[in-house]
Design a protein around this ligand. Sequence first.
Ligand SMILES: Cc1cc2nc3c(=O)[nH]c(=O)nc-3n(C[C@H](O)[C@H](O)[C@H](O)COP(=O)(O)OP(=O)(O)OC[C@H]3O[C@@H](n4cnc5c(N)ncnc54)[C@H](O)[C@@H]3O)c2cc1C
Length: 671
Amino acid sequence: MTAAVTAAPPAVVTSTADRIGPLGPETAAAGPPAASVTFVGGGPRTVSLLERLAASAPELLGDQPVRVHVVDPFPPGGGRIWRREQSPLLWMNSVAEDVTVYTDESVTCEGPVVPGPSLAQWLAGVGRQRLVQAGLGQEAVGLGAQDFAPRQVQAEYLRWAFERAVASLPAQVEVTVHRERAVSTRQRDGRHLTTLSSGAQVDSDLLVLAQGYLDQRPEPTEVALAEAAAAAGLTFVGQGYTADLDLSDLQPGETVLVRGFGLAFIDLMVLLGQGRGGWFEEGTDGCLTYHPCGREPVLYVGSRRGVPYHSKLGYAVADAVPVPPRFLTAQALAAIGDGTRPLSYATEVWPLVVKELTFAHYRRLFSAHPERTRGDWADVERLLTRSGPHHPDFRTAVEAAVPDARDRFVLDAVDRPLAGRQFADHADLSRHLVEYVSADLQRRADPSYSSDRAVFDTLLTVYAGIAAAVAAGRISEPDRVRRVEGEFHGLFSFLASGPPPRRLAELLALHRAGLLHFAGPDLRVSVHDGAFVGTSAAVRGEVRARAFVEARLPRVDVLATTDPLIRGLLGRGELAAREVSADDGTPLGGGQLLVDGRCRARRPDGSVHPTMFLLGPSVSGSAGAAGFSRPHFNGPGLRQNDAVARHLLTLLAATTTAGPHHRKDTTHHAH
Ligand SMILES: Cc1cc2nc3c(=O)[nH]c(=O)nc-3n(C[C@H](O)[C@H](O)[C@H](O)COP(=O)(O)OP(=O)(O)OC[C@H]3O[C@@H](n4cnc5c(N)ncnc54)[C@H](O)[C@@H]3O)c2cc1C
């Protein structure tokens, strides 16, 4: 389905084939030739690119007409992840005040800053009426800045932001939305001919691929497990967006083994509990009771760590600002080696990360809670700076200066809370986990542990520092895949990207209702004697089940993508993707599409496509730019979008002035 939308007036985005505006194919021939750009993907990234196009258009575009095509089978704005058609029970895992698609004074970009509301401001202002009109008034009642909005609400925010961006484009820019998949693209005479799933074709001067997380084929180990399960007549649910999975084969009352304790698991837990009809009741003491509907399966969940991600912090610190790094600075990294050679992540980067986080913790503890410390911060600081957190002198000093063990920070222990523990059986493990999760919930809601907040804020700084080192080519590809995207991203997600506290309270209530149990750390899953068998070296006994869910998103590996457009480009050698192997030749997955510093696609011979742009998690140099930007934090995604949008405008302006060889736009409109 295709819909054309003009900028102004009116800024109405339709989902029909209606075309509004000056640049329909009928009128295009009469005026000057239009330059054109196709965006494959209509998610948040494209929303922000369009907003940035509008911001800089008055300066860079001149008055030539432009056609913008947005191709996505899902509604533009939210796209696939943030579509309106999904369970109202699924929430964001960012609080509303931490989500924006707009620039502010913190964003260091060339284009003009054009303020716009964060999700929280939108909810408190213009969004309220909009949500009522969209039938989401009930969902939005009482949602505040510190709340986790339902994804459906975020869908409306992004849809609004899309329409606002379209409305603020100059009048000579027409936006056409194609509600279908792009299946291939080829270059002809320097132009991009993109074929859609209906067979329609979109012809444009410039092409931007902003496709987000690409679908991937399952990993060999997953295929083997799925085959063994099929042979034994078992139910196997593989990796994917939980919202897209078919969970109907998971039977009421049956044991389901689940591997993965992150956000995909939280979505699964919600869909199989409340989603099937159960409900929570809050007691006067705030404790939740789950009332089953009788259709829930019984979950046994384990993972590498064996515990759920830490709860999101339940309090804010006034006037939070980005924390400047103290150890992991650009200067410190520049001073290592000759300033250009790849760094050793394990010996040169990671120690700085640990130091940075340890410093953040103790500095906050000494300044905000001095009554729980002894002696001088300056002494502790000096020892940490000089010797590092693992040095015996530092440890001795901390033991003397910080009497309560709960106030000490040992990153390894925070990262692997079950390391070294043994449990007599699953009941023993359950008792421990209930205590662990309850303590986590209490602590993460308690501002007297604001040193946790300092670590959280510093993790964002550290992420930016590491992303800059990756972008500068100072992290080797194996280290990027194994250490940065594997270990560091895992730690970041575990500490800083966990579920809303309410979800962990629900998890405990489901456990009390007998519907959720724990399977242990380093969970191994195999098929034996007609059942899935889950074992953990830390727990005596095993879990047997006739159903299994791999509750996680696959790690990005563009070489495993099933997206036909990207596969076609790779197969024809038009895009370069690096296959990543360890030093011993073991393939590591984690392949990324290669771009230059301006997000232009690279060919395998290293040359650059001057008119094809790639952005998103499958693209090199994208570390840290995937999620929503946080207001006042100079979001890397916003900076990247601004730079790309300005480049696009410059090219579009140049294309239109080159009018004579510019061929007529040959957009074919689908049904
Ligand atoms: C389940 C889930 C929850 C998340 N929650 C949060 C959160 O709470 N907070 C946060 O900050 N981040 C969150 N994220 C991170 C998320 O990546 C970003 O929020 C954001 O969606 C990224 O935007 P994007 O436009 O780059 O990619 P996407 O949102 O993935 O959009 C890409 C779009 O491209 C389209 N597309 C792909 N291939 C084609 C094709 N061949 N033809 C046409 N269209 C195509 C897709 O349909 C999709 O709509 C979450 C991610 C997931 C998967």
